[in-house]
Write a protein that binds this ligand. Structure first.
Ligand code: AKG
Ligand code: FE2
Length: 312
């Protein structure tokens, strides 16, 4: 089957060199803006969300593809998967999604890289098979609203995805009171209550953002990047333009997710993984390392489950 939205050879080469690609269109801009109006109500409705929150934090945005139908379909959108398959191969899991709102006045997200995603929990969340060069996950960040320099668009440092400058096993202290208080070079920049600089392998190292690129995007567009790429975002300095990004994270089926644990312990909360599962978004899961969900919490069957039923 030919893939309508697959990378060209040139795009793939550029992705391998730079660690990111895009922006590309996932939705028509007006369609996304209409969808956003409905989504806002669904985001506030946690009646089917798979995690019980102890208090408000970044965790409120975790894994809503498991209860909001729009996001359940979004993670399987051909515009996105045709390209992700070109990077990771045909057998793919979506293991995490996150919403990243930035309200007017909010700090930017500080520079960071994620390989095991253990930075906040202290335990690796993503474990690749031994002897693979890769780590991390392919991140697809979709602009639910327009995102530009004024309201906090993403920034990348091209070509930095193959060397980790952070040690995710180092301790970081969660201090929610420092949200919107940290400054770097006179700019509000933090990590949702953590100070990501605490993880630096070399405490005196300073990220060189002279060649950083700003990913200005229209609502409905997405960018693809390795989670190990140096990435950040600008603060939202607008007076009235909230920025919302939705990140979906993909790995091949050979990867183990949350090995040996049944809780996520980060951002000051413990979340039970009782209702959690990965979603097979494409191909076959020959490894069966991870508990897999066939339906979201409202009963919507993930498309691959439907395909399997049809061919069974
Ligand atoms: O949207 C942001 O500010 C940060 C996004 C991010 O770090 C990610 O998608 O991994
Ligand atoms: Fe990130």
């Amino acid at each position: 089957m030919s893939k309508q939205f697959a990378f060209t050879a040139e795009q793939l080469k550029s992705f391998r060199e730079n660690g990111y690609a895009g922006p590309f269109d996932a939705y028509d801009q007006n369609e996304m803006k209409e969808t956003y109006k409905k989504l806002r109500a669904e985001i506030f409705d946690r009646s089917h969300a798979i995690y019980d929150l102890e208090h408000s934090s970044l965790l409120a945005g975790y894994d809503r593809h498991l209860d909001i139908d729009f996001f359940s379909r979004h993670i399987m959108r051909r515009q996105i998967l045709d390209k992700v398959e070109g990077i990771l191969g045909p057998n793919l899991l979506c293991w995490r999604s996150e919403m990243f709102p930035k309200y007017p006045g909010d700090e930017g997200t500080d520079w960071h890289q994620a390989d095991t995603f253990g930075h906040a929990s202290g335990a690796p969340q993503v474990v690749w098979p031994m002897n693979t060069d890769f780590g991390g996950a392919i991140t697809v960040w979709t602009a639910v609203t327009d995102a530009d320099k004024e309201n906090g668009c993403l920034r990348f440092i091209p070509g930095t995805h193959e060397e980790m400058h952070y040690d995710e096993t180092k301790e970081m202290k969660y201090s929610p009171e420092q949200v919107n208080k940290l400054e770097k070079n006179g700019m509000k920049s933090g990590f949702f209550g953590y100070d990501y600089r605490n993880l630096q392998k070399d405490p005196s190292w300073v990220p060189d953002d002279a060649n950083a690129v700003s990913m200005e995007m229209k609502a409905g567009q997405f960018v693809i990047f390795w989670s190990t790429l140096m990435h950040a975002s600008w603060p939202n300095t607008s007076s009235n333009r909230t920025r919302l990004g939705f990140t979906a994270r993909y790995v091949p089926t050979s990867v183990r997710i949350y090995p040996d644990t049944d809780v996520i312990n980060e951002y000051g909360s413990k979340l039970s993984l009782d209702k959690y599962g990965v979603v097979l978004v494409s191909g076959q899961d020959e490894y069966k390392h991870n508990r897999r969900l066939l339906k979201n919490a409202r009963g919507l069957e993930f498309a691959t489950a439907l395909d399997e039923l049809e061919t069974a």
